[in-house]
Ligand binder design. Structure first.
Ligand code: PLP
Length: 394
């Protein structure tokens, strides 16, 4: 957690009392700080950087991101359409498998289509080519390879774990079926540093040395925690630069987290404080509905002004308002007892949150807000209501 980035008496740059909760608030200044680091990588290496929409797809800030990033990487026809309509630069698509319907849609929205198997490549090449040609766009094709090199990521986030369906393994790779393929793609990192990338690149070079020179581009995937304090930026720049020089290819990175890391908050209000085996503050947000990664990863999100249990004067559990017994963010301590009406500000809530929310229990979806530090303006981008709950049912 980068406490240094949290400013002033609120622990964030805006006054949480001004936020109608629950709400995600993205600080445009912090987003711009991240973009400056990514721009540095691009400038030093000439690599291209895509935003992984699966992580962060708040399209009202795309005009800001577009100033630095080269495009988006997408996992579905819907993401690709959003990327085409709202981002407007390169659109790269990859999914573990496509249906015919997916191909028909992706071929009109994507610039690069990456296949996860030679079977799908052979089956859909001509449909993708003819569909793209009809709409007058140039569509390039890539293949996802499995580096067969794990970097000790959390197993559910490790695409190189045993049994992984993601990426073609060396033994299954068909060097005779590369006509029409101009790129290789892999993804095997999760919140990791450049030394993990260095070992991964070495593994890919070992396995695919004869294939890489036939490619125009190589996509190193996401999971590079570039904007985390202490990340080895120089090493990343060195790896990317050397790789491009050695192989004469264009390198792409497609981070999600690094783009919006520590740039957003979830602001909630305490609704009640009950006493069970310990005090429990219940908030107007829900862990499984609004920050599901807390349960999935799992991890304990940071709350501005809080300490570990027992560290500060008053310790309590923070729980959500849904029926799930496990709707709990964790145990925290505060300088004083919490009371109904108090605001809690969860940090690092821009990534893998807005894209994952659901309306379990019919809970209110958090509003989406932008904070502009230059004029201390909190802009309400979107408020959700009953319609968003109802329209997903029938
Ligand atoms: C293929 C691919 N690219 C990019 C990403 C983005 O990763 P991150 O948000 O960790 O940078 C992911 C995340 O799962 C991914 O699967």
């Amino acid at each position: 957690m980068n406490e240094a980035r949290f400013h002033g008496r609120y622990g964030c740059r805006f006054d949480p009392a001004r936020v109608v909760t629950p709400a995600f608030v993205v600080d445009e200044g912090l987003l711009a700080d991240n973009l400056a680091l990514l721009a540095q990588v691009k400038q030093a290496t000439g690599c291209k950087i895509l935003l992984a929409l699966k992580c962060f797809a708040m399209f009202s800030v795309f005009p800001l991101l577009r100033q630095v990033l080269d495009g988006v990487c997408c996992s579905s026809p819907h993401e690709a359409r959003l990327g085409r309509e709202e981002f407007g630069r390169e659109v790269h698509s990859f999914a573990a498998a496509y249906s015919e319907h997916d191909i028909e849609q992706l071929a009109v929205t994507s610039d690069h289509l990456v296949f996860n198997s030679f079977g799908q490549w052979q089956r859909f090449r001509s449909l993708a080519e003819t569909t793209a040609k009809r709409t007058g766009r140039e569509l390039k094709f890539g293949l996802r390879v499995n580096p067969e090199h794990s970097e000790g990521a959390t197993p559910i986030y490790d695409p190189c774990a045993p049994g992984s369906r993601l990426g073609i393994r060396r033994k299954d790779f068909r060097a005779d079926l590369l006509d029409g393929i101009s790129g290789l793609h892999w993804h095997n990192l999760c919140e990791q540093d450049a030394d993990c990338l260095q070992r991964t690149v070495a593994a890919v070079e070992r396995n695919f040395a004869e294939v890489i020179p036939q490619m125009a581009y190589i996509n190193f995937g996401g999971g590079h925690h570039i904007t985390r304090p202490g990340y080895q930026l120089d090493l990343l720049i060195d790896i990317v630069g050397r790789f491009q020089d050695r192989w004469g290819v264009q390198v792409y990175l497609e981070p999600g987290e690094a783009v919006a890391l520590n740039a957003g908050y979830l602001v909630a209000t305490v609704l009640d404080v009950v006493n069970a085996d310990m005090p429990i503050a219940i908030i107007d947000a829900s862990v499984p509905a609004h920050m599901p990664d807390v349960l999935e990863m799992p991890y304990r999100p940071h709350i501005v002004g809080s300490g570990e249990a027992g560290e500060k004067a008053w310790t309590c559990r923070i729980g959500g308002l849904s029926c799930l017994a496990g709707d709990v963010a964790g145990e925290y301590s505060f300088d004083a007892e919490l009371a109904p009406g108090d605001r809690l500000v969860f940090t690092d809530m821009a990534i893998y949150t807005m894209v994952k929310t659901n309306t379990f229990n019919g809970v209110q979806l958090p509003s989406i807000m932008r904070y502009r530090p230059d004029d201390d303006e909190l802009v309400l981008v979107r408020r959700f209501g009953y319609e968003e709950f109802k329209t997903r049912l029938s």
